[in-house]
Design a protein around this ligand. Structure first.
Ligand code: SF4
Length: 509
Protein backbone atom coordinates (compact mmCIF):
# COMPACT_ATOMS: atom_id res chain seq x y z
CA UNK A 1 0.00 0.00 0.00
CA UNK A 2 1.30 3.47 -0.83
CA UNK A 3 0.96 5.41 2.40
CA UNK A 4 2.45 8.52 0.83
CA UNK A 5 5.87 7.93 2.36
CA UNK A 6 8.08 7.47 -0.68
CA UNK A 7 10.88 6.17 1.51
CA UNK A 8 8.78 3.10 2.38
CA UNK A 9 9.41 1.95 -1.16
CA UNK A 10 12.92 3.16 -1.48
CA UNK A 11 15.35 0.76 -3.15
CA UNK A 12 18.90 1.77 -2.48
CA UNK A 13 21.48 0.59 -4.99
CA UNK A 14 24.81 -0.99 -4.03
CA UNK A 15 27.73 1.31 -3.32
CA UNK A 16 30.31 1.52 -6.07
CA UNK A 17 33.71 3.11 -5.49
CA UNK A 18 35.18 5.31 -8.19
CA UNK A 19 38.40 6.77 -6.82
CA UNK A 20 37.52 8.65 -3.65
CA UNK A 21 33.83 8.89 -4.60
CA UNK A 22 31.20 6.37 -3.59
CA UNK A 23 28.32 6.21 -6.04
CA UNK A 24 24.88 4.78 -5.42
CA UNK A 25 23.31 3.95 -2.09
CA UNK A 26 22.35 7.09 -0.19
CA UNK A 27 25.28 9.08 -1.57
CA UNK A 28 24.69 12.35 -3.40
CA UNK A 29 24.07 12.50 -7.12
CA UNK A 30 27.29 13.18 -8.99
CA UNK A 31 27.86 15.16 -12.20
CA UNK A 32 29.86 13.63 -15.01
CA UNK A 33 31.13 15.12 -18.22
CA UNK A 34 33.50 14.21 -21.03
CA UNK A 35 36.47 15.96 -22.62
CA UNK A 36 36.33 16.79 -26.32
CA UNK A 37 40.05 17.38 -26.78
CA UNK A 38 42.29 14.83 -28.43
CA UNK A 39 43.26 12.66 -25.44
CA UNK A 40 46.77 12.32 -26.83
CA UNK A 41 47.10 16.11 -26.59
CA UNK A 42 47.97 15.97 -22.90
CA UNK A 43 48.28 19.70 -22.20
CA UNK A 44 44.93 20.65 -23.78
CA UNK A 45 43.19 17.73 -22.07
CA UNK A 46 44.62 18.61 -18.64
CA UNK A 47 43.58 22.25 -19.14
CA UNK A 48 40.05 21.23 -20.08
CA UNK A 49 39.73 18.84 -17.13
CA UNK A 50 40.88 21.57 -14.72
CA UNK A 51 38.20 23.90 -16.13
CA UNK A 52 35.52 21.25 -15.85
CA UNK A 53 36.41 20.48 -12.23
CA UNK A 54 36.50 24.20 -11.37
CA UNK A 55 33.00 24.51 -12.82
CA UNK A 56 31.69 21.56 -10.72
CA UNK A 57 32.31 18.26 -12.56
CA UNK A 58 32.68 15.32 -10.14
CA UNK A 59 33.82 12.71 -12.69
CA UNK A 60 35.47 13.23 -16.10
CA UNK A 61 35.47 10.74 -18.99
CA UNK A 62 38.01 10.68 -21.82
CA UNK A 63 37.94 8.86 -25.16
CA UNK A 64 40.69 6.24 -25.38
CA UNK A 65 40.66 5.05 -28.99
CA UNK A 66 44.31 3.91 -29.31
CA UNK A 67 47.59 3.08 -27.57
CA UNK A 68 48.78 6.68 -27.81
CA UNK A 69 45.77 7.73 -25.74
CA UNK A 70 46.46 5.01 -23.15
CA UNK A 71 49.98 6.38 -22.80
CA UNK A 72 48.56 9.90 -22.50
CA UNK A 73 46.27 8.76 -19.64
CA UNK A 74 49.23 8.22 -17.32
CA UNK A 75 50.69 11.66 -18.15
CA UNK A 76 47.29 13.36 -17.77
CA UNK A 77 46.73 11.76 -14.38
CA UNK A 78 50.22 12.63 -13.14
CA UNK A 79 49.86 16.28 -14.21
CA UNK A 80 46.41 16.59 -12.63
CA UNK A 81 47.47 15.07 -9.30
CA UNK A 82 50.55 17.32 -9.25
CA UNK A 83 48.19 20.29 -9.56
CA UNK A 84 46.02 18.88 -6.73
CA UNK A 85 43.14 17.89 -9.03
CA UNK A 86 41.87 14.57 -7.65
CA UNK A 87 38.87 14.07 -9.94
CA UNK A 88 38.20 10.42 -10.91
CA UNK A 89 38.93 9.73 -14.57
CA UNK A 90 36.97 7.33 -16.77
CA UNK A 91 38.44 5.77 -19.91
CA UNK A 92 35.85 5.42 -22.69
CA UNK A 93 36.82 2.34 -24.68
CA UNK A 94 35.14 0.71 -27.67
CA UNK A 95 36.05 -2.53 -29.43
CA UNK A 96 39.51 -3.17 -27.98
CA UNK A 97 39.70 -5.46 -24.94
CA UNK A 98 43.43 -4.89 -24.61
CA UNK A 99 43.02 -1.08 -24.50
CA UNK A 100 40.34 -1.49 -21.80
CA UNK A 101 42.62 -3.78 -19.78
CA UNK A 102 45.56 -1.42 -20.03
CA UNK A 103 43.50 1.69 -19.25
CA UNK A 104 42.09 0.00 -16.13
CA UNK A 105 45.55 0.19 -14.57
CA UNK A 106 45.65 3.98 -14.77
CA UNK A 107 42.14 5.37 -14.32
CA UNK A 108 39.40 5.02 -11.71
CA UNK A 109 36.78 3.62 -14.07
CA UNK A 110 36.54 2.11 -17.55
CA UNK A 111 33.44 2.35 -19.71
CA UNK A 112 32.86 -0.58 -22.07
CA UNK A 113 30.10 -0.99 -24.66
CA UNK A 114 28.48 -4.46 -24.60
CA UNK A 115 27.43 -3.91 -28.21
CA UNK A 116 30.99 -4.25 -29.39
CA UNK A 117 32.41 -6.62 -26.82
CA UNK A 118 32.17 -9.77 -28.94
CA UNK A 119 32.18 -10.02 -32.71
CA UNK A 120 28.94 -11.37 -34.14
CA UNK A 121 27.98 -12.24 -37.67
CA UNK A 122 25.53 -9.91 -39.43
CA UNK A 123 22.27 -11.38 -40.72
CA UNK A 124 22.70 -14.67 -38.83
CA UNK A 125 19.75 -16.18 -36.96
CA UNK A 126 20.43 -16.52 -33.24
CA UNK A 127 18.94 -19.35 -31.18
CA UNK A 128 18.66 -19.63 -27.38
CA UNK A 129 21.73 -21.82 -27.53
CA UNK A 130 23.61 -19.01 -29.33
CA UNK A 131 22.63 -16.67 -26.51
CA UNK A 132 24.02 -19.09 -23.92
CA UNK A 133 27.21 -19.56 -25.90
CA UNK A 134 27.60 -15.79 -26.33
CA UNK A 135 27.23 -15.29 -22.58
CA UNK A 136 29.90 -17.90 -21.92
CA UNK A 137 32.16 -16.15 -24.44
CA UNK A 138 31.57 -12.76 -22.79
CA UNK A 139 32.36 -14.37 -19.43
CA UNK A 140 35.68 -15.69 -20.75
CA UNK A 141 36.52 -12.50 -22.65
CA UNK A 142 35.94 -10.20 -19.71
CA UNK A 143 37.94 -12.13 -17.09
CA UNK A 144 41.32 -10.49 -17.90
CA UNK A 145 39.73 -7.00 -17.58
CA UNK A 146 38.07 -7.95 -14.27
CA UNK A 147 41.38 -9.24 -12.97
CA UNK A 148 43.00 -5.84 -13.62
CA UNK A 149 39.99 -3.99 -12.17
CA UNK A 150 40.07 -6.08 -8.99
CA UNK A 151 43.81 -5.60 -8.61
CA UNK A 152 43.76 -1.81 -9.12
CA UNK A 153 40.35 -1.11 -7.53
CA UNK A 154 39.02 0.15 -10.86
CA UNK A 155 35.27 0.39 -11.44
CA UNK A 156 33.49 -0.45 -14.70
CA UNK A 157 30.57 1.14 -16.49
CA UNK A 158 28.49 -1.04 -18.77
CA UNK A 159 27.44 1.64 -21.24
CA UNK A 160 24.67 0.47 -23.58
CA UNK A 161 23.81 2.83 -26.42
CA UNK A 162 20.70 2.74 -28.57
CA UNK A 163 22.07 2.22 -32.05
CA UNK A 164 25.11 0.15 -31.08
CA UNK A 165 23.48 -3.05 -29.84
CA UNK A 166 25.08 -6.34 -30.85
CA UNK A 167 23.84 -8.28 -33.90
CA UNK A 168 22.46 -10.98 -31.59
CA UNK A 169 20.41 -8.52 -29.51
CA UNK A 170 19.21 -6.72 -32.65
CA UNK A 171 18.12 -9.99 -34.22
CA UNK A 172 15.97 -10.99 -31.24
CA UNK A 173 14.78 -7.66 -29.83
CA UNK A 174 15.40 -5.02 -32.52
CA UNK A 175 16.78 -1.59 -31.71
CA UNK A 176 14.41 -1.26 -28.75
CA UNK A 177 14.40 -0.32 -25.04
CA UNK A 178 13.85 -4.04 -24.29
CA UNK A 179 16.97 -4.91 -26.33
CA UNK A 180 18.98 -2.30 -24.42
CA UNK A 181 17.83 -3.74 -21.11
CA UNK A 182 18.61 -7.34 -22.14
CA UNK A 183 22.08 -6.30 -23.27
CA UNK A 184 22.78 -4.61 -19.93
CA UNK A 185 21.33 -7.43 -17.81
CA UNK A 186 23.46 -9.98 -19.64
CA UNK A 187 26.54 -8.10 -18.41
CA UNK A 188 25.10 -7.66 -14.90
CA UNK A 189 24.79 -11.45 -14.69
CA UNK A 190 28.24 -12.10 -16.17
CA UNK A 191 29.90 -9.62 -13.79
CA UNK A 192 28.12 -10.81 -10.67
CA UNK A 193 28.76 -14.47 -11.64
CA UNK A 194 32.43 -13.45 -11.79
CA UNK A 195 32.25 -12.04 -8.25
CA UNK A 196 32.69 -8.45 -9.55
CA UNK A 197 30.31 -5.86 -8.08
CA UNK A 198 32.12 -2.55 -8.54
CA UNK A 199 30.22 -1.40 -11.61
CA UNK A 200 27.53 1.00 -12.80
CA UNK A 201 25.20 0.88 -15.80
CA UNK A 202 23.99 3.35 -18.38
CA UNK A 203 21.34 3.01 -21.07
CA UNK A 204 21.48 6.05 -23.31
CA UNK A 205 19.59 7.11 -26.42
CA UNK A 206 19.05 10.26 -28.42
CA UNK A 207 15.30 9.62 -28.19
CA UNK A 208 14.06 10.81 -24.80
CA UNK A 209 11.28 8.27 -24.43
CA UNK A 210 13.46 5.34 -25.56
CA UNK A 211 16.04 6.32 -22.94
CA UNK A 212 13.37 6.60 -20.24
CA UNK A 213 11.71 3.31 -21.09
CA UNK A 214 15.04 1.44 -21.25
CA UNK A 215 16.06 2.75 -17.81
CA UNK A 216 12.71 1.99 -16.22
CA UNK A 217 12.76 -1.57 -17.65
CA UNK A 218 16.32 -2.01 -16.35
CA UNK A 219 15.54 -0.76 -12.85
CA UNK A 220 12.40 -2.91 -12.63
CA UNK A 221 14.38 -6.00 -13.58
CA UNK A 222 17.27 -5.22 -11.23
CA UNK A 223 14.74 -4.83 -8.40
CA UNK A 224 13.08 -8.14 -9.31
CA UNK A 225 16.41 -9.94 -9.40
CA UNK A 226 17.71 -8.19 -6.30
CA UNK A 227 20.74 -6.96 -8.24
CA UNK A 228 20.49 -3.20 -7.92
CA UNK A 229 23.52 -1.29 -9.21
CA UNK A 230 23.97 2.49 -9.63
CA UNK A 231 22.60 3.98 -12.83
CA UNK A 232 24.19 6.75 -14.87
CA UNK A 233 21.71 8.87 -16.86
CA UNK A 234 22.10 10.75 -20.12
CA UNK A 235 20.36 11.64 -23.37
CA UNK A 236 22.92 11.20 -26.14
CA UNK A 237 23.35 13.33 -29.25
CA UNK A 238 21.03 16.02 -27.91
CA UNK A 239 22.79 18.76 -29.94
CA UNK A 240 23.22 22.34 -28.80
CA UNK A 241 21.28 25.33 -27.48
CA UNK A 242 17.88 25.35 -25.82
CA UNK A 243 16.55 22.22 -27.54
CA UNK A 244 19.48 20.17 -26.21
CA UNK A 245 18.93 21.43 -22.66
CA UNK A 246 15.21 20.70 -22.92
CA UNK A 247 15.87 17.12 -24.15
CA UNK A 248 18.27 16.38 -21.29
CA UNK A 249 15.95 17.92 -18.73
CA UNK A 250 12.96 15.95 -20.06
CA UNK A 251 14.88 12.65 -20.21
CA UNK A 252 17.10 12.80 -17.15
CA UNK A 253 14.90 15.06 -15.01
CA UNK A 254 11.82 12.82 -15.16
CA UNK A 255 13.85 9.77 -14.11
CA UNK A 256 15.50 11.66 -11.26
CA UNK A 257 12.06 12.72 -10.09
CA UNK A 258 11.11 9.02 -10.03
CA UNK A 259 14.17 8.30 -7.91
CA UNK A 260 16.21 6.68 -10.70
CA UNK A 261 19.81 7.73 -11.29
CA UNK A 262 23.03 8.10 -9.32
CA UNK A 263 25.15 10.10 -11.76
CA UNK A 264 24.13 12.34 -14.66
CA UNK A 265 25.64 13.77 -17.81
CA UNK A 266 24.02 16.53 -19.85
CA UNK A 267 25.67 16.02 -23.21
CA UNK A 268 25.94 19.18 -25.34
CA UNK A 269 27.55 19.90 -28.70
CA UNK A 270 29.23 22.90 -27.07
CA UNK A 271 32.17 23.54 -24.79
CA UNK A 272 31.68 20.80 -22.15
CA UNK A 273 31.88 23.38 -19.33
CA UNK A 274 28.38 24.47 -20.43
CA UNK A 275 27.07 21.03 -19.41
CA UNK A 276 27.76 21.56 -15.71
CA UNK A 277 25.28 24.32 -14.77
CA UNK A 278 22.43 22.44 -16.50
CA UNK A 279 23.39 19.22 -14.70
CA UNK A 280 23.50 21.11 -11.38
CA UNK A 281 19.97 22.37 -11.93
CA UNK A 282 18.87 18.82 -12.69
CA UNK A 283 20.40 17.26 -9.59
CA UNK A 284 18.76 19.95 -7.47
CA UNK A 285 15.30 18.98 -8.78
CA UNK A 286 14.57 16.34 -6.18
CA UNK A 287 17.37 16.21 -3.66
CA UNK A 288 15.42 14.40 -0.99
CA UNK A 289 14.54 11.35 -3.08
CA UNK A 290 17.42 8.92 -3.60
CA UNK A 291 15.87 5.63 -4.59
CA UNK A 292 12.91 4.29 -6.44
CA UNK A 293 9.28 4.31 -5.42
CA UNK A 294 8.37 0.90 -6.81
CA UNK A 295 4.64 1.53 -6.59
CA UNK A 296 4.95 4.57 -8.84
CA UNK A 297 7.21 2.64 -11.19
CA UNK A 298 4.77 -0.24 -11.52
CA UNK A 299 2.03 2.09 -12.73
CA UNK A 300 4.03 3.50 -15.62
CA UNK A 301 3.28 2.13 -19.04
CA UNK A 302 4.61 3.42 -22.31
CA UNK A 303 1.48 3.36 -24.43
CA UNK A 304 1.19 6.68 -26.22
CA UNK A 305 -1.26 8.98 -24.53
CA UNK A 306 -3.92 10.50 -26.68
CA UNK A 307 -5.81 13.70 -26.12
CA UNK A 308 -9.58 13.82 -25.78
CA UNK A 309 -12.03 13.64 -28.72
CA UNK A 310 -13.14 17.14 -27.90
CA UNK A 311 -9.66 18.54 -28.62
CA UNK A 312 -9.14 16.34 -31.68
CA UNK A 313 -12.38 17.70 -33.16
CA UNK A 314 -11.21 21.29 -32.69
CA UNK A 315 -7.55 20.86 -33.67
CA UNK A 316 -7.80 18.10 -36.27
CA UNK A 317 -5.03 16.05 -34.61
CA UNK A 318 -4.47 14.09 -31.41
CA UNK A 319 -1.23 15.71 -30.31
CA UNK A 320 -0.96 17.40 -26.90
CA UNK A 321 -2.24 20.99 -27.15
CA UNK A 322 -0.36 24.06 -25.93
CA UNK A 323 -2.34 26.41 -23.70
CA UNK A 324 -1.56 30.06 -23.04
CA UNK A 325 -2.88 32.93 -20.98
CA UNK A 326 -1.90 35.44 -23.61
CA UNK A 327 -4.50 36.29 -26.35
CA UNK A 328 -1.82 36.88 -28.98
CA UNK A 329 0.30 33.85 -28.24
CA UNK A 330 0.98 31.13 -30.80
CA UNK A 331 -0.87 28.43 -28.89
CA UNK A 332 -3.81 26.08 -29.46
CA UNK A 333 -6.03 27.34 -26.65
CA UNK A 334 -6.26 30.52 -24.62
CA UNK A 335 -7.25 30.10 -20.99
CA UNK A 336 -10.04 32.49 -19.96
CA UNK A 337 -11.21 31.88 -16.41
CA UNK A 338 -12.28 28.23 -16.31
CA UNK A 339 -12.60 27.95 -20.11
CA UNK A 340 -10.19 26.94 -22.83
CA UNK A 341 -11.02 28.83 -26.03
CA UNK A 342 -9.63 27.84 -29.41
CA UNK A 343 -7.21 30.53 -30.48
CA UNK A 344 -8.11 30.53 -34.16
CA UNK A 345 -11.66 29.84 -35.28
CA UNK A 346 -14.33 28.90 -32.78
CA UNK A 347 -14.72 26.37 -30.05
CA UNK A 348 -14.47 25.80 -26.33
CA UNK A 349 -12.97 22.67 -24.80
CA UNK A 350 -14.48 20.95 -21.82
CA UNK A 351 -11.54 21.39 -19.48
CA UNK A 352 -12.40 18.20 -17.57
CA UNK A 353 -11.48 16.21 -20.67
CA UNK A 354 -7.84 17.25 -20.48
CA UNK A 355 -5.12 16.40 -17.99
CA UNK A 356 -3.13 19.61 -17.99
CA UNK A 357 0.43 20.06 -16.79
CA UNK A 358 0.52 23.61 -15.41
CA UNK A 359 3.55 25.50 -14.15
CA UNK A 360 4.07 29.17 -13.35
CA UNK A 361 7.42 30.79 -14.09
CA UNK A 362 8.59 32.65 -11.01
CA UNK A 363 12.29 31.95 -11.56
CA UNK A 364 14.93 34.65 -11.79
CA UNK A 365 16.92 32.56 -14.20
CA UNK A 366 15.33 31.24 -17.42
CA UNK A 367 17.41 28.03 -17.56
CA UNK A 368 16.10 26.99 -14.12
CA UNK A 369 12.51 27.31 -15.31
CA UNK A 370 13.29 25.52 -18.56
CA UNK A 371 14.74 22.56 -16.63
CA UNK A 372 11.81 22.49 -14.17
CA UNK A 373 9.19 22.73 -16.92
CA UNK A 374 10.74 20.04 -19.16
CA UNK A 375 11.45 17.62 -16.30
CA UNK A 376 8.07 18.33 -14.69
CA UNK A 377 6.03 17.80 -17.87
CA UNK A 378 8.00 14.68 -18.79
CA UNK A 379 7.59 13.12 -15.33
CA UNK A 380 3.85 13.95 -15.23
CA UNK A 381 3.48 12.51 -18.74
CA UNK A 382 4.93 9.21 -17.49
CA UNK A 383 3.23 9.08 -14.11
CA UNK A 384 -0.05 10.94 -14.45
CA UNK A 385 -0.54 10.72 -18.24
CA UNK A 386 -0.96 14.47 -18.71
CA UNK A 387 -1.91 15.37 -22.28
CA UNK A 388 -1.71 19.18 -22.44
CA UNK A 389 0.83 21.80 -21.39
CA UNK A 390 0.15 25.19 -19.82
CA UNK A 391 3.11 27.37 -18.82
CA UNK A 392 2.46 30.89 -17.57
CA UNK A 393 4.08 33.67 -15.59
CA UNK A 394 7.20 35.58 -16.62
CA UNK A 395 8.25 35.28 -20.28
CA UNK A 396 11.92 34.89 -21.24
CA UNK A 397 13.70 37.46 -23.33
CA UNK A 398 13.39 36.46 -27.03
CA UNK A 399 11.69 33.16 -26.18
CA UNK A 400 8.08 32.79 -25.13
CA UNK A 401 6.62 30.22 -22.76
CA UNK A 402 4.54 28.92 -25.66
CA UNK A 403 7.71 28.31 -27.71
CA UNK A 404 9.11 26.47 -24.70
CA UNK A 405 5.91 24.38 -24.50
CA UNK A 406 6.17 23.38 -28.18
CA UNK A 407 9.88 22.61 -27.75
CA UNK A 408 9.16 20.34 -24.76
CA UNK A 409 6.59 18.41 -26.80
CA UNK A 410 9.09 18.12 -29.66
CA UNK A 411 11.91 17.02 -27.35
CA UNK A 412 9.69 14.17 -26.20
CA UNK A 413 8.76 13.22 -29.76
CA UNK A 414 5.09 14.02 -29.09
CA UNK A 415 4.58 16.87 -31.53
CA UNK A 416 6.97 18.33 -34.12
CA UNK A 417 6.79 22.06 -34.85
CA UNK A 418 10.26 22.59 -36.41
CA UNK A 419 13.21 20.67 -37.86
CA UNK A 420 14.78 18.21 -35.41
CA UNK A 421 18.55 18.02 -34.89
CA UNK A 422 20.66 15.40 -33.20
CA UNK A 423 24.40 15.84 -32.84
CA UNK A 424 27.07 14.10 -30.80
CA UNK A 425 28.89 16.19 -28.20
CA UNK A 426 32.18 15.28 -29.95
CA UNK A 427 35.10 13.73 -28.08
CA UNK A 428 38.70 12.66 -28.61
CA UNK A 429 37.53 10.57 -31.59
CA UNK A 430 35.91 13.45 -33.55
CA UNK A 431 37.19 13.73 -37.09
CA UNK A 432 35.88 17.28 -37.72
CA UNK A 433 34.45 20.27 -35.84
CA UNK A 434 30.97 18.96 -34.97
CA UNK A 435 29.83 22.17 -33.26
CA UNK A 436 30.62 24.33 -36.30
CA UNK A 437 28.97 21.96 -38.80
CA UNK A 438 25.86 21.67 -36.62
CA UNK A 439 25.48 25.47 -36.66
CA UNK A 440 25.90 25.51 -40.45
CA UNK A 441 23.36 22.71 -40.84
CA UNK A 442 20.81 24.50 -38.64
CA UNK A 443 21.09 27.61 -40.83
CA UNK A 444 20.75 25.55 -44.00
CA UNK A 445 17.73 23.37 -43.23
CA UNK A 446 15.79 24.79 -40.28
CA UNK A 447 12.72 25.28 -42.52
CA UNK A 448 12.08 21.51 -42.82
CA UNK A 449 9.49 20.97 -40.09
CA UNK A 450 9.49 17.48 -38.62
CA UNK A 451 12.55 16.31 -40.59
CA UNK A 452 15.36 14.84 -38.47
CA UNK A 453 18.97 15.85 -39.23
CA UNK A 454 22.15 14.50 -37.59
CA UNK A 455 25.80 15.47 -37.21
CA UNK A 456 28.09 12.77 -35.80
CA UNK A 457 31.82 13.05 -35.23
CA UNK A 458 32.96 9.53 -36.09
CA UNK A 459 31.99 6.04 -37.24
CA UNK A 460 32.21 4.45 -33.75
CA UNK A 461 28.72 5.47 -32.69
CA UNK A 462 27.72 7.72 -35.56
CA UNK A 463 25.79 5.60 -38.11
CA UNK A 464 24.02 3.47 -35.46
CA UNK A 465 22.95 6.34 -33.25
CA UNK A 466 21.63 8.45 -36.11
CA UNK A 467 19.80 5.49 -37.64
CA UNK A 468 16.41 7.16 -37.22
CA UNK A 469 17.55 10.49 -38.72
CA UNK A 470 16.29 11.38 -42.20
CA UNK A 471 19.59 12.98 -43.22
CA UNK A 472 22.98 13.31 -41.59
CA UNK A 473 26.73 13.59 -41.84
CA UNK A 474 29.23 11.32 -40.11
CA UNK A 475 33.00 11.80 -39.82
CA UNK A 476 34.66 9.20 -42.04
CA UNK A 477 38.29 10.42 -42.09
CA UNK A 478 40.30 13.42 -40.94
CA UNK A 479 38.14 16.38 -42.07
CA UNK A 480 36.14 14.05 -44.31
CA UNK A 481 32.49 13.13 -43.88
CA UNK A 482 29.93 10.83 -45.44
CA UNK A 483 26.42 12.12 -46.11
CA UNK A 484 23.58 9.77 -45.13
CA UNK A 485 19.95 9.59 -46.18
CA UNK A 486 17.53 7.28 -44.35
CA UNK A 487 20.39 5.50 -42.61
CA UNK A 488 22.27 4.76 -45.88
CA UNK A 489 25.59 6.35 -46.95
CA UNK A 490 24.88 8.34 -50.15
CA UNK A 491 27.82 10.69 -50.72
CA UNK A 492 31.00 9.16 -49.37
CA UNK A 493 34.15 10.67 -47.93
CA UNK A 494 33.88 14.30 -49.08
CA UNK A 495 35.67 17.29 -47.52
CA UNK A 496 33.75 18.55 -44.48
CA UNK A 497 33.49 22.07 -45.94
CA UNK A 498 31.32 20.78 -48.81
CA UNK A 499 29.10 18.56 -46.68
CA UNK A 500 26.24 20.87 -45.69
CA UNK A 501 25.76 22.20 -49.21
CA UNK A 502 25.68 18.66 -50.62
CA UNK A 503 23.25 17.57 -47.90
CA UNK A 504 20.95 20.50 -48.66
CA UNK A 505 21.00 19.56 -52.38
CA UNK A 506 20.06 16.01 -51.41
CA UNK A 507 17.12 17.28 -49.34
CA UNK A 508 15.97 19.61 -52.16
CA UNK A 509 16.08 16.78 -54.68
S1 SF4 B 1 29.99 9.90 -32.36
FE1 SF4 B 1 30.91 11.79 -31.50
S2 SF4 B 1 30.89 11.57 -29.27
FE2 SF4 B 1 30.47 9.54 -30.16
S3 SF4 B 1 32.48 8.57 -30.23
FE3 SF4 B 1 32.21 9.56 -32.23
S4 SF4 B 1 33.05 11.65 -32.01
FE4 SF4 B 1 32.86 10.79 -29.94
Amino acid sequence: MDNGDKRTYRIVSRNVNVGDLTLGGINPLFIQTMTNTLTADVNSTVRQIENLVRKGADIVRLAVPDRQSVQALTDIKKMLRKKGVEVPLVADVHYSKSIAEESARYVEKVRVNPGNFIAEQKGKKFSDKDFETAKEKIFDNIQPLLKVCKRYGTALRIGVNWGSLSERILYNYGNTPEGMKVSAMEFVEVLTDSGFYNFTLSLKASDVRVMQEANILLVKEMIEKDLFFPVHLGVTESGDGLQARIKSAAGIGALLKLGIGDTVRVSLTEDPVNEIPVAEKLVRLNPEIRGVNTVELKNIDFKVNSVSGDVVRLLGHNKPPVISKNDNAKADFIKKGDNLIKREGKGVVDIDNLKIFELENKEEDSETFLVKAAAGFSCSFLKDKVNAIYLHGKNFEDYTLEELSFDILQAMGLRYSKAEFIACPSCGRSLFNVERELKKLKNAVSDFKGVKFAVMGCMVNGPGEMADADYGIVGSGKDKVTVYKGGKPIIKNIPTDEAIERLRELVDN
